[in-house]
Write a protein that binds this ligand. Sequence first.
Ligand SMILES: Nc1nc2c(ncn2[C@@H]2O[C@H](COP(=O)(O)OP(=O)(O)OP(=O)(O)O)[C@@H](O)[C@H]2O)c(=O)[nH]1
Ligand SMILES: [Mg+2]
Length: 180
Amino acid sequence: MEEPEKKIPVLCLGPKGSGKTTLMKKLQNAEGIDDTFSPVPTIGTNLYDIYYLNKHGKKQMLSIREIGGEMAPLWHNYLDGVEKVIYVVDTSNLCQISAAAVLLYTLLAEPRLKNAKFILVLSKMDAAYRQMRNEALLMLQFTRLSAELGNAPTLLEASPLTGEGIDKLKAFISDTKIGK
Ligand SMILES: Nc1nc2c(ncn2[C@@H]2O[C@H](COP(=O)(O)OP(=O)(O)OP(=O)(O)O)[C@@H](O)[C@H]2O)c(=O)[nH]1
Ligand SMILES: [Mg+2]
């Protein structure tokens, strides 16, 4: 059980079912992330320890906290000390995208996240979903966000199923200051 006061500098957020757990498992190099992988919706939060090599080739670990989409009204309780936000949007679910956008804007406008780096992950970019990419970006008003915001998100297309984007996501999180 995680200690409630433990500060985790990297958060993974996004609407329910957008693919956060699957992505985190893949980052952990878990076996069996394929068509048959069936995660359960995250109730509350999950902590993932991620191992990576730093620029000196030394093995390092950092923790990422996933907060279930069901918990969106409570995300604000977890923002203190956060340096990076991985925001996961399901490209295959255009009905959910406006809600996803509103939640993202709320985070981007949050004073406690003023200096945080955001990465916007278009998940499930395998197979047929890829064609929805441009519509998804349009609905998220990504171009406008990029032009108008100081802390505009970096964009990443990813799929835990094919492994696309996983290395880039590791690079994004791995320059985080860890520990005290
Ligand atoms: N095709 C495809 N399906 C995916 C991918 N990632 C996740 N899924 C499926 O999407 C569903 C939801 O995935 P989760 O990883 O549980 O989503 P979540 O964001 O953690 O959801 P909550 O914890 O409820 O907020 C599952 O059925 C996954 O198998 C992907 O890259 N491609
Ligand atoms: Mg989950």
